[in-house]
Write a protein that binds this ligand. Sequence first.
Ligand code: ADP
Length: 373
Amino acid sequence: MASLLLQNVTKVYKGNVTAVKDFTMDIKDGEFIVFVGPSGCGKSTTLRMIAGLEEITSGDLYIDGEYMNDVEPKDRNLAMVFQNYALYPYLTVYENIAFGLRLRHTPKEEIDKKVHEVSKTLGIENLLQRKPKALSGGQRQRVAAGRAIVRDAKVYLFDEPLSNLDAKLRAAMRVEIIRLHKTLNTTFIYVTHDQVEAMTMGTRIVVMKDGIVQQIDTPTNLYDHPSNKFVAGFIGTPQMNFFNVHAIRKTKHTYATPLGTNKELKLTLDFKDEFADREFDAILGIRSEDIYESDDADALEATVKVVETLGSECLVYLTFDNKDNKLVMDGDNEFVMKVQNRVEYGLDQRIKIKFKTDRVHMFDKTTEESILK
Ligand code: ADP
């Protein structure tokens, strides 16, 4: 069990590539932290700096209050599970799990006890005499995890451990890793590019882009209160819809007028003080489940392009008429509404929709930072 403190941790690779810049975070004992972001955003580099596999260019790393920058990886008391399981093919599952303990000259009885404990936790007791080639991908992944957790480390580090597995197995292993975290009651740091994995597993998530931390928050806060457009678009499927709007905050009220329409939407959310009494161009974000059909006079007219039926719910792809003015950002002028039941529309059918005004997100047009209070 351990806490970690990263202060302005930065990594510059040869050739002046800044992979991670000013990573600052206080990780409490027992947290399940997920680093998430697109490929190349610096997640693995950060994890590897924590593990000691990569030198920290500048900034400080503390584990349990102890300065770690210059401590050898083997002396940090961390265990790491990689994407490539790297099991010894000629050793049995038992020997693979026992390997690290043997290297440390752990007494035989203790090794036996630990291997059985760990394999019980992971549900692989019946596989102990098998060789890796006689295991499925998921079973191999469990053995790899077993090798890591048999060590009683302070912190467990996972670098995309599930990315080689098929979707069904990934979902099953996700649940197992969550369970493992509860059982071990230890600090986990987990790297993934998959936002679903991040949202389902993390107690807190670090969203990264281009080596820079965008937001550190709980899954629900990231979803409900993304601090910028990148986070808003990265977290959640289908992706949040973005519209170019003209916004205004007058006296106590805020409004947004989608470009090219004359519909002023009255919002129930407040803008930050610097946007008081101003008119400005902004980006309005709304999630698909926060758009609904309505016959109200102030509803917006849209045209149905495609309906995707997903069993219990439907995704309805819509366009507004004014194609030329780039009302819908990012993608073919289409946006998507999620409906919690089955709907049938004809192609190009006209419907009227509204946005849940208390679920609207607003971003500065230039900085793309949230302007909501
Ligand atoms: P992620 O894990 O988010 O996919 P990485 O941490 O692997 O990202 O990489 C971050 C950036 O650092 C990328 O631009 C990558 O090309 C670069 N990078 C990673 N490793 C090295 C290295 N050994 N030398 C130079 N650049 C590297």
